[in-house]
Design a protein around this ligand. Sequence first.
Ligand code: C2E
Ligand code: CA
Ligand code: CA
Length: 753
Amino acid sequence: MLTQRSTADVPAQAGAAWLDGLWHRSLAPQIHRWRIGTRLAAMMALAAAVAVALTAWGVRGLGESAESLHRVYQERMKPVRMLSQIAQHMLANQHQLQMALARLPLSGHPSTGRSAAQLDAATAHNAASAIERNVQTIDTLWHAYVERIAPNSAEQGLAERFARKRADYLQLAMAPALAALRNLDAAQTLERAASARQYYERANEDIQALIDLQFDSALAAYETGMLRYQNTRTLALIALPTAMLALGLLGLWQIRSITHPLRAVIAVFHRMAQGRLDSAIAVPGRDEVSTLLNELQTLQYRLADNERAIHRLAYYDVLTDLPNRRLLRERIEDALQTRTAPLAHRALLLLDLDHFKTINDTLGHEVGDELLRETTQRLQAVVQPPHFVARIGGDEFVVLTGALDTDYSHALACAHALAQQILSALAAPCQMAGHTLHGSTSIGVCMFRPGNATIKELLKRADLAMYQAKSEGRNQACAFDPAMQARLEESTALTAALHQGLQNAEFSLHFQPQVDAQGHPLGAEVLLRWKHPQQGLIPPSRFIPLAESSGLIVPIGHWVLRQACMQLKVWEAERHTERLELAVNVSARQFRQPDFAMQVVQALQETGANPSRLVLELTESLAMEDLDDTTTKMELLRSHGIRFALDDFGTGFSSLSVLRQLPLQVLKIDGSFVRDIASHGGSAPIVSTIMGLARDLGLQVVAEGVETFAQHQALRTQQCPCFQGYLFSRPLPLAEFDNWLHASISLATRDQP
Ligand code: C2E
Ligand code: CA
Ligand code: CA
């Protein structure tokens, strides 16, 4: 069954395909050249023309057949009647003669042999009158008949023969018969009646021949008429349905030429609604639907272009053309969801360019952008698929590796190797806007396996590892380890406690004395202390960096400054303390506040402290960071009499020219140089250089972290004028510092000669 049907289907399908091909190749392009309105109007006009033609043809056919029938009657039946009437009248004459003879008395009847028999006068008279009238009628009819005969026709020949016989009939039969009747001569009448009958019969033969001729002609005309009628009927039966069928087919083609492209339009819209913008659109011609398809094609191109642009904007970074954070997140999401075994380790590398901000600020954003593009090119050269590189903002890039290894340590080694490749690629110097830049990068590496972390955790871990790399001196890669996380959580908790501490007044100040060569107190450095309610005293080295990064250093530093100023004001009132100075540490974040200088001046004014007793300690790195800002603020404060010390001097990289530029008064030699100054081959030459430098620049020097007599002695040999360290005192709470002061004053007065 199935085979049978399929074989039967083959020609049908081939036929349909042929029709379809014919439509698309030949007809559609022709039809679609004309607008739909024009096509429909042409179609209607054609239908109207066909209807008119068919009607005209039918009307003409019917007219002709009617005309034929009319002619049958008019031309043939009328003469037939005339001829019949002539024949009847002739026959009637015969009857008249018979009737006149019939009234004859038996005695006088010629058949009896009595020759002198007389006709009945009245009857004979009546018969004669009737015969005269008939003869006259025959005459009239005959003339009417003859008039319409076409010359040289068969009818004319016959008619002429009949005319002769009629003339014989009238002259040789009727005229003597009438004379006999008038004479009432029965014998003559009888004789004439017999001869009249002979004449009549001879003439009647021709009449009948003429009548037959008329019938033959009538039949021919009738048949012509019938033929016309049948032709018209055939036409009506064949031409009408054929024309209707042809028009119907044309109409169907018209409809198809509109609906077919419209269906294509609907299909394209349907695909567009599903977000697919790659439909092939064929434009068949120049009509309205073709125009619509053409516009649709343009619309589709536009939408596809926009879609591509939107996709590009949504998933790629405009500056470097690298995938952006969003695309990276999708890739990480995929990587975390991969469920194929065996589960290999993969790595996330977070790259942060070192000192990018400085380059951006000093050389301008164009150079910064150029550097980012150069970095991108170098990264792309090193990071090849299956690894994936993205820029997630500013100077941060992320590399998501492909599957590395199922063995953790081997996978980690691979990740490190890749990180090293990246580091050396990015470390190569590059020329930019006339500058040679020696870039470096810090990389945080974080390993993961599908399903064992969330994106947020991964990015946070890589971030932590990156900060670790930064804090370990930059230009290196650090892998995340859980201890980092623990440290992070701890510092987060500590930052929260720091907030609380500021509100709960958990801070206090310690004062570490500074003395001259003779050990006489010159002043003190103010050092901040925090007593955590649970953890007790927390060293500044732990909480100051947190206060810095959280910004809490600003209110805390302000508090320290006010406390120091208040203390200076208190000391001014006492003779033995009026000349003491206080050194206050200032952090970078605090110093960079736009209103820092104002706040210091305000603190001095509000407390009424003498500005010349206040020393602000800045670190080298702070001073160098933004030299213009530093100099401006220092000079402003200097104009109020405030002095500045450079803290931890010798550990940073300040250049001599910069030192000259800054309005400094004091250098604090870092404790690390003091520690081994007394040992053989120690830092004595460095300290000597610093002392020389300070002399050249006209700066005072304070040696920090003096713990032993030997150190003190060595520093004195170098003519160091001022000291600070455990040798003299640890940092002390105010009360104990007061005690220490009193003790050292009494010691000094006792020492005096
Ligand atoms: P710094 O400014 O260099 O302060 C001197 C540090 O050396 C103090 O540590 C002090 O106790 C310690 N020290 C003094 N003499 C000796 C010694 O003979 N041997 C040894 N080993 N150390 C000695 P502290 O108090 O722990 O402060 C650490 C750092 O915290 C300070 O270093 C300073 O940078 C910062 N700091 C302290 N208080 C403040 C403050 O109020 N504001 C700011 N911004 N930073 C502060
Ligand atoms: Ca200090
Ligand atoms: Ca110091």
